[in-house]
Design a protein around this ligand. Structure first.
Ligand code: FMN
Length: 618
């Protein structure tokens, strides 16, 4: 990572903060603000401290390594599309028929030998310093506490290396780790993830599970850790493929797990399947807290490191964040791997404000009736794609998927309730909207084909419509119609919720000549003029099976749910920054943001924003 730091200084616009900053909130808040800027840059914090614990750390913290598309591409050493092309070519590989074809295949096959990780007999640079069991103290690492209500400090860019019980399968997954004390970490591998499947094997066998966590090294390891590789495929194969160079692995000192030789810090240990402990809460990449839940615990046996390590970390919360750029590369690289099960898929896009699994846009060549529905089921049935809650399909005549406005118009002109599929399936471990954890509603929109014929029969302007609605319910506070020129304008209203919105939707039946698509959000902490964050809120908050009504017009209840809705789980809160911390950073000249920025990205609860655009309490 010292090399990475040097490279980032020379080529990546690295910001260096020499001022002592606290690992609790200060460092994460600064990184959080930075990565939301148009020209966001990586930051090196050379003097991390923990004021509450009275610690000055010996190593710097590097954040926002994937601060923008260019850096992400530079980390890959090529455009992710180029990696995708390589994968596609491999998947299409056919036995050569002619001598010429055979010869042409040699370089490709030869380069494949670089895919397989190499296990070295020697020790690695990551083992230059060895801290034995009795001296292990996780407080030596500048582990960050990101949010005020987090259950503690969390390692946020840990590469978690595990292996199956029989040792035949290796896995690298990026899972957060909660620091409980000097030598114990909470292992937040979610139920659908590979390490969790391995854990089940150890649990059944009543054996302790070895785990090694690495931090730092080549940033591509980090990206590989979050890549949704099929079960049983070691992510280091992907590393070798992208780099065209074998990953060089060395054995952990206290278990049989191999880790890259050049990572900065290595935490080795065991998970006892008998011992679970409460993990969280943690302000997550959904922009909400994930609630407390029991997870396995790793007991640390040893920590090894380079002589001058760098501690890599990230901050997650409301979009846009670093995972936007990591997710972009993942989306590009994995396109060819989706095609074998959806051959007429042209492209797909997972916008970051849909926090990836909440929204997917896909372009396809339609060959027959029901083709889009076939793809919906295919997506919902495969690997981590099955977490996707809302899938919108367009035909090959649609604008590019990244052209948000043109694409939205194209979709809105094609929305037909008859072509909307609402079903249920598995949802991401973190999803908070479904009545039951792990399983919930799925929404598929087939917007392929021709435009629908009917638009709004009797359009009204915003103030007329709001006035009429307020005659029906005084709890409706604000209204804005988007894309009025389309067949299905989106009418967004904010409400001070006093009862289930089902009742309001029923009462609004009389509005069917004025509305085609109604979206309801809470008045608190939603800005009716901020479509980016409205989309974030809506796709997070809805369970299509419960919250989407197709008659007499399409109505989506994206309010927070509670006992008013018969919702029995705890509804988590938003991730909000701590005002005093933002002010402190601003006073030090480390960030430069105004109230408009704070509101735009939901950094603080709206009632804590002093100036700028106020929430109207009419
Ligand atoms: C910043 C970041 C943090 C993540 N944290 C977790 C986590 O705590 N638990 C988890 O199961 N997945 C987490 N993920 C997602 C996994 O890394 C991802 O699903 C990965 O493909 C899992 O690998 P696996 O399929 O080998 O288990 C995170 C991803 C990112 C980018």
């Amino acid at each position: 990572m010292q090399d990475v730091v040097q490279w980032l200084k020379e080529n990546g616009g690295l910001k260096i903060v020499n001022e002592p900053l606290d690992v609790e909130l200060e460092i994460p808040h600064m990184a959080y603000v930075e990565v939301k800027l148009e020209d966001s840059r990586p930051i090196l914090f050379t003097h991390p401290v923990n004021k509450a614990k009275g610690i000055e750390y010996e190593m710097p913290v590097l954040m926002n390594i994937f601060a923008n598309k260019q850096l992400t591409e530079d980390i890959f050493g090529k455009h992710p599309d180029e990696v995708a092309e390589g994968i596609e070519a491999l998947l299409k590989l056919k036995p050569p028929k002619t001598l010429k074809a055979k010869l042409a295949m040699i370089p490709r096959l030869f380069s494949l030998k670089n895919v397989f990780p190499k296990r070295l007999k020697s020790r690695g640079e990551c083992q230059e310093v060895i801290i034995p069991r009795e001296e292990v103290d996780l407080d030596r690492l500048p582990i960050l506490k990101t949010w005020e209500e987090d259950g503690g400090p969390f390692v946020t860019m840990g590469q978690v290396y595990t292996q199956s019980l029989n040792g035949e399968m290796q896995n690298l997954g990026m899972y957060r780790l909660q620091q409980y004390d000097k030598n114990r970490l909470g292992m937040h591998w979610q139920i659908h993830k590979d390490a969790s499947h391995f854990f089940d094997q150890y649990q059944k066998a009543g054996k302790k599970m070895p785990v090694t966590v690495a931090i730092g090294g080549d940033p591509l390891y980090i990206w590989c850790g979050q890549a949704p590789m099929p079960h049983g495929m070691f992510e280091m194969l992907l590393y070798g493929f992208v780099r065209n160079r074998n990953a060089q692995l060395v054995k952990s000192l206290t278990n049989d797990i191999y880790i890259p030789r050049d990572v900065d810090i290595v935490i080795e240990g065991f998970v006892d399947p008998e011992k679970m402990e409460i993990e969280g809460p943690f302000g997550d990449h959904t922009g909400y807290y994930t609630l407390k839940e029991p997870f396995p615990v790793m007991e640390v046996e040893t920590i090894t490191m380079k002589k001058s390590p760098v501690f890599a970390a990230t901050v997650v919360g409301k979009p846009p964040l670093e995972d936007k750029y990591m997710g972009w590369a993942t989306e590009r690289v994995f396109l060819p791997m989706l095609k074998p099960m959806a051959p007429d898929l042209i492209d797909y896009n997972m916008p970051e404000n849909g926090v990836f699994h909440n929204l997917i846009l896909a372009k396809m060549k339609v060959m027959y009736k029901g083709h889009a529905q076939q793809f919906m089921h295919a997506f919902w049935g495969v690997g981590q794609m099955s977490f996707v809650k809302h899938a919108l399909f367009v035909g090959e005549d649609a604008p590019e998927l990244e052209e948000a406005e043109a694409l939205t118009i194209h979709i809105l002109n094609r929305i037909d309730p008859e072509k909307i599929l609402i079903t249920s399936g598995i949802v991401d471990h973190l999803d908070h909207s479904s009545a039951e954890q792990f399983v919930g509603g799925k929404l598929g929109v087939d917007a392929t084909g021709a435009e629908v014929e009917e638009g709004v029969a009797a359009p009204l302007n915003d103030s007329e419509l709001l006035e009429k609605m307020q005659e029906i319910s005084g709890n409706v506070k604000d209204l804005r119609q988007y894309f009025r020129g389309t067949k299905n304008p989106v009418c967004v209203i904010t409400v001070n919720k006093k009862r289930s919105q089902r009742k309001l939707i029923k009462k609004l039946k009389a509005f069917q000549s004025h509305i085609k698509l109604l979206v309801i959000v809470d008045h608190a902490n939603n800005d009716i003029d901020d479509p980016y964050m409205l989309i974030w809120r809506v796709v997070n908050n809805i369970d299509a099976g419960r919250d989407v009504v197709l008659e007499p017009f399409i109505a989506i209840d994206a309010t927070n749910k509670s006992e008013l809705d018969g919702f029995e789980r705890e509804w988590p809160g938003d991730t909000f920054c701590t005002r005093e911390v933002l002010e402190g950073l601003q006073e030090k000249g480390l960030i430069d943001i105004d109230e408009t920025f704070i509101r735009k990205f939901g950094l603080l609860p709206f009632d804590r924003i002093d100036t700028g655009k106020q929430v109207s309490e009419t």
